[in-house]
Design a protein around this ligand. Structure first.
Ligand code: UD1
Length: 381
């Protein structure tokens, strides 16, 4: 008979999720801890930053992600309100659970808010997807990235260039580990179950999608300004004369399209307005697209992994490996440039690309192994 392990003797890792893209990153990490490092006890806290079924519950179901142990239910607000409310509510939970370390992913407001609370309470922070930099401080996520990395004791990077960014900011080399991309762990695991969103498409008179492009937009810089959004939508109306566009719409974008009357204009074109989709539906649509147009970070990575051409409707990316090695092209936000690049993809089939290093489905295993060793070394008497 093996010796019983006292629960209190096991390292306790508190894992944080908040917004849709966090869920695809956390699912493989929790699975890897359950399998590879079962000596580490994990708790899952959801801050409640995303709460709509489509933005949250559907993605939990698609990923088979376990229900959070605690939901802080913070909801929406200005950056200051949301960040402050997460910190206020999370501090109580952190003190209650007294974890040995806190693991945060990505770059959303909750990532920084929880990292700041943990660091101030003297608990080590582990950041997954560290070192990504767009170089643009007007982007809220860039501030979250830089500060979360400064607060972290252990930093896991997803692409090769991230290490140099961290070293430049004074992060000690021994804290940085190149683990690979956990988002691609989820993609490779779930791809066999990917489906096109039949129900939504049927409402538009299609059982299966025709040849199509896929469009997503949610960055404040693209959607919060009515004139900028109108210019982008005009470009999409023009493109739709050559290629039907499917457009699953983020709540932030939906609000602006409705407010400005642009939704009506889009409906006059071959542009299908869809609700936010689940993960499996989104994978299915990306896989079958001739072209993806997006301002999402995760979708730049997923299209590279799938070998599908991607035009990023921003002036920069914090994920340069998708451009240097993958299928991504930074198209900017000027309508003429976007249209010219889109037509080029339709003519040539777009960039081929290759799969970046460690985007191999095993990133979470590397994270669990290193973290378990690191925790036991810290807790050793
Ligand atoms: C957040 C992240 C962004 C990430 C995105 C993924 C920050 C700063 N931004 O942006 O990095 O790419 O999630 O989607 O953390 N809303 C709903 N239902 C929801 C969630 C939001 O209707 O479940 C609406 C609310 O009106 C809210 C707005 O969307 O005000 C924006 O939500 P918020 O969480 O502030 O940021 P996102 O734009 O989703």
């Amino acid at each position: 008979m093996s010796d019983p392990v006292l629960p209190s003797a096991r390292p306790h890792l508190l894992c944080i999720v908040a917004a849709r893209p966090n869920l695809m990153k956390m699912a493989p990490i929790l699975a890897a801890f359950a399998k590879l490092a079962p000596q580490v006890r994990t708790s899952l806290v959801h801050t409640g930053q995303h709460y709509d079924t489509a933005m949250n519950a559907q993605v939990f179901a698609d990923l088979g992600l376990r229900a959070p142990d605690i939901n802080l239910e913070v909801g929406s607000g200005s950056h200051a309100q949301q960040t402050a409310e997460i910190m206020r509510r999370y501090e109580t939970v952190h003190l209650d659970l007294a974890p040995h370390a806190v693991l945060v992913v990505g770059d959303v407001n909750s990532t920084l808010a929880c990292a700041l609370v943990a660091a101030k309470l003297g608990t080590p922070v582990i950041h997954v997807e560290a070192g990504l930099r767009s170089g643009e401080r007007t982007m809220p996520e860039e501030i979250n990235r830089v500060l979360t990395d400064q607060l972290s004791a252990l930093l896991f990077t997803s692409e090769t260039g991230a290490r140099a960014n961290l070293l430049r900011e004074g992060i000690a080399e021994e804290r940085i580990h190149f683990a690979g991309n956990v988002m691609i762990d989820s993609l490779l695991r779930e791809l066999p179950d990917a489906v096109p969103p039949r129900i939504s498409l049927r409402a538009h008179g299609h059982d299966t999608p025709p040849a199509y492009g896929l469009l997503t937009l949610h960055r404040p810089s693209n959607v919060d300004d009515g004139a900028r959004l109108a210019a982008l939508m005009e470009a999409m109306c023009t493109l739709s004369t050559q290629l039907t566009l499917l457009f699953p719409i983020h709540p932030r974008t939906r609000a602006m399209l409705d407010k400005t009357g642009l939704a009506r204009r889009l409906r006059e074109h071959a542009i299908m307005l869809l609700p936010p989709l689940g993960y499996l539906e989104m994978l299915g649509l990306m896989q079958g697209a001739q072209l993806v147009l997006t301002d999402s970070g995760g979708i730049q990575e997923e299209t590279t992994a799938l070998g599908v051409p991607c035009l990023t409707l921003r002036d920069n990316t914090e994920r340069p490996v998708t451009v240097d090695e993958g299928t991504n092209v930074i198209a900017g936000t000027a309508p003429a440039a976007i249209l010219s690049l889109a037509r080029q993809v339709l003519r040539t089939g777009g960039k081929r690309g290759r799969i970046p290093q460690y985007w191999d489905g095993h990133a979470a295993e590397r994270i669990a192994t290193v973290t378990a060793q690191w925790l036991s070394a810290r807790l050793a008497p």
